[in-house]
Write a protein that binds this ligand. Structure first.
Ligand code: HEC
Length: 79
C-alpha cells in the first residue's frame, strides 16, 4: 500500500508550488529537505514544542494537509 506522503510526492513532485510554499524561500532554503523533517518541524512550531520567533505564527497559518503539501513540494525541489 502506498503511503499518503509518497502519494502526495507523486502527485505534487513536478507540479506548481502549493499556496504559501514560495514565501518560505524568502527566509531560508528548504529545497531538498526531507518532507517528513519539515512537517515535524512545523508541527512542533505550531504546538509550541519548538520555540520560535516567527515560525510559530507561520505554522499556525497552514492546516496539516497544507503543511504536508508545502513540505512535499520543497522536498522535490533541487537544492
Ligand atoms: C519571515 C521569515 C520566515 C518565513 C517567511 C518562513 N520562515 Fe521558517 N524559519 C524562520 C526562522 C527565523 C526560523 C527559526 C525559528 C524561529 O525563530 O521562528 C525558521 C525555522 C524553520 C524550520 C526549522 C529549521 C531547522 O533546521 O530547525 C523549518 C522546517 C521552517 N522554518 C520551515 C518554513 C516553511 C515551510 C515556511 C513557509 C511556509 C517558512 N519556514 C517560512 C523564518 C521564516
Amino acid at each position: 500500500m502506498i503511503g499518503r506522503a509518497a502519494l502526495a510526492m507523486v502527485l505534487l513532485g513536478a507540479a506548481a508550488p502549493p499556496p504559501g510554499a514560495t514565501s518560505c524561500s524568502g527566509c531560508h532554503v528548504l529545497a531538498g529537505r526531507p518532507a517528513a523533517n519539515t512537517v515535524a518541524a512545523l508541527e512542533a512550531f505550531r504546538s509550541g514544542a519548538k520555540p520560535a520567533t516567527v515560525m510559530g505564527r507561520i505554522a499556525k497559518g497552514f492546516s496539516p494537509e497544507e503543511t504536508q503539501a508545502i513540505a512535499t513540494w520543497w522536498a522535490g525541489q533541487k537544492p
